[in-house]
Design a protein around this ligand. Structure first.
Ligand SMILES: [Fe+2]
Ligand SMILES: [Fe+2]
Length: 169
């Protein structure tokens, strides 16, 4: 089901489409993070990515709960945006030999993913209010808070834990 077909007629259809898009993205991120963890060197970065992998598995579960509360089956729809972010991350990291520069690149890619998730959850929360889907707002907010915290933690690892400084030296 593509966004430009006539399958999306109502605002509720659009809300469901965005949920399916995020379900695809969260599952994709769950599969992608172990590879990023394997490539990372900085201990704080590895620990942060591992912690967020566990949280991301929880995001998939929360989306499944949301589908259930809405009386829908969990389904994915292709998300070219997350595929593109991941493709770019792979291309860039494949070009980098220096481990410290690679850590900085991994942080940049991970933050692009977090920002994508933050914009999607932000929109879904706003739409859930408008559509009266009050029962799912708490679940969406819980995940949004974890995405925002993961993003802040990545900034701290880059700036306070020396990743950018080491990459620059
Ligand atoms: Fe997530
Ligand atoms: Fe995330």
């Amino acid at each position: 089901m593509g966004i430009f077909t006539k399958n999306i007629e109502t605002f509720d259809d659009l809300f469901l489409h965005q949920l399916q898009d995020l379900y695809y993205a969260e599952n994709k991120i769950t599969k992608k993070l172990p590879g990023m963890i394997a490539k990372a060197t900085n201990r704080d970065l590895v620990a942060g990515l591992k912690a967020h992998l566990e949280e991301t598995k929880g995001h998939v579960e929360r989306l499944e709960q949301i589908f259930k509360k809405l009386g829908k089956k969990p389904e994915s729809t292709d998300c070219p945006a997350i595929d593109g972010i991941i493709k770019e991350a792979d291309e860039v990291s494949g070009e980098i030999a220096d481990k410290e520069v690679l850590d900085a690149a991994i942080i940049a890619s991970a933050q692009a993913v977090e920002h994508y998730e933050i914009t999607k959850y932000g929109t879904l929360i706003s739409w859930a209010y408008s559509l009266g889907h009050d029962a799912v707002i708490g679940l969406l907010v819980a995940t949004l808070k974890e995405e925002e915290a993961a993003d802040k933690k990545l900034t701290a690892v880059a700036e306070d834990k020396g990743v950018n400084r080491k990459a620059a030296s």
